[in-house]
Design a protein around this ligand. Structure first.
Ligand SMILES: Cc1ncc(COP(=O)(O)O)c(C=O)c1O
Length: 397
């Protein structure tokens, strides 16, 4: 355990040596277990952020930790020039439990989306005609911080200062099917979206919208591409978020929750679309490495246990019900919304002080824009822990 003085020293060193890309809370988290994390002073926090939807099975899940330990003393890295056992096993699990026939592994959400865009362009060039390369994405979306995924992202604040950005994206309002229809042109090859926008503020589309987008893609012969980096891996109470909407994409991307805390991303596609990739068209040195895939395999084995996802769905409904009840008598709450365990309160005032007060009371939550407090607990969260958060929210608000 550290004294206050020592904590201040670490924070000072953090600011001295690290590039200033993050506005960090003055908190040094050193240990985690299940839904809880502890700071260096031994203070305990209930984690309703899960590393921004990464630790979906909680911190240091025993099965994930064991898989990593075993793999660490067996084989850490070999090149994709060879077949990799945990990679094959994880791909098989993903194919058996999703719409996909083929998987490509990488290391992050942005990389998975980058791969998805490359696959869409190759597919379009080869099978839809040379002039098709444009992808329609949504205003308010977030797809990553590489040049290409930033360009795909429908948030000006993310893109500002990096121009000129790569071409090939048109943004339309999320939830507006007419605007999407109008935006389709002879250059369009696909539509890419999140089924619930995460970084945009947990924005749930109007009823029927996702199905209409799928229908429109089918009708116009376009690729239906889903960024499931945040909504995937059980977050919405189904393994992939789109299952809740009864749709089937051609392409979907995963990252965040897939490795249980270890960096991994995946591009999933149908057989027909995946055939556009061939040796030499895409690669990653670390993508699909034995360590990350062993972790991913353990995550998949836990999440596909009977009842696991139904439990997430039920807890999500309970949590949302309690947030809505709170909203009914707290005038400062504009909206309580979300799907599964991806939930949020939109306030009529800045969210930052609320997040700070909750932290003071031992709860970690995540901001989303100026006025939204986001709740992304580990999927193993207990109802009693949700109640504790609601009591704290009641006091703080
Ligand atoms: C929907 C979505 N796509 C892509 C990303 C980028 O993922 P990464 O930070 O792993 O590159 C994020 C990250 O928040 C995300 O929420």
């Amino acid at each position: 355990m550290h004294e206050d003085r020592e904590v201040a020293k670490w924070i000072e060193l953090s600011e001295r040596y690290l590039m200033p890309t993050y506005r960090r809370y003055p908190l040094l988290l050193v240990r985690g277990r299940g839904t809880r994390v502890w700071d260096d002073k031994g203070r305990e926090f209930l984690d309703f952020g899960a590393g921004i939807a990464v630790c979906n099975l909680g911190h240091c899940h025993p099965k994930v930790a064991k898989a990593i330990q075993d793999q660490a003393i067996t084989l850490l890295h070999v090149s994709n020039l060879y077949h990799i056992l945990p990679q094959i096993q994880l791909a098989q699990l993903l194919v058996e439990h999703t719409f996909a026939h083929k998987v490509f592994f990488c290391n992050s959400g942005a990389e998975a989306n980058e791969a998805a865009i490359k696959l869409a362009r190759l597919y379009a060039r080869r099978f839809m005609g040379k002039e098709r390369f444009e992808i329609i994405t949504m205003e308010g979306s977030f797809h990553g911080r590489t040049m290409m995924t930033m360009s795909a992202t429908g948030q000006e604040k993310v893109r500002r200062g990096f121009e000129p950005l790569p071409q090939g994206f048109t943004h339309v309002p999320f939830g507006d099917i007419k605007a999407l229809k109008r935006a389709i042109n002879p250059k369009t090859c696909g539509v890419m979206l999140e089924v619930v926008q995460g970084e945009g503020g947990v924005v749930v589309p109007p009823n029927g919208y996702i199905q209409e987008v799928e229908g429109l893609c089918k009708e116009k012969g376009l690729l239906f591409m889903l960024d499931e980096v945040q909504t995937g891996m059980g977050r919405l109470g189904t393994l992939l978020g789109h299952e809740r909407f009864g749709v089937t994409p051609h392409i979907a991307t995963l990252a965040k929750g897939l490795g249980g805390g270890v960096a991994i991303g995946a591009l999933l596609a149908t057989e027909d679309v995946a055939k556009a990739f061939e040796p030499g068209t895409h690669a990653s040195t670390f993508g699909g490495n034995p360590l990350a895939c062993a972790a991913g395999k353990a995550v998949m084995e836990v999440m596909t246990q009977p009842g696991f996802l139904d439990d997430v769905k039920e807890k999500g409904e309970y949590f949302l019900g309690r947030l809505k009840a709170l909203a009914s008598y707290k005038g400062c709450i504009k909206d309580a919304r979300g799907v599964g365990l991806m939930l949020a309160l939109e306030l009529n005032r800045p969210a930052a002080p609320v997040i700070a007060d909750l932290m003071e009371k031992g709860f970690l939550t995540i901001p989303s824009g100026e006025r939204v407090v986001r709740f992304l607990p580990p999927l193993i969260v207990e109802r009693e822990e949700i109640d504790l958060l609601l009591d704290a929210l009641n006091e703080v608000l």
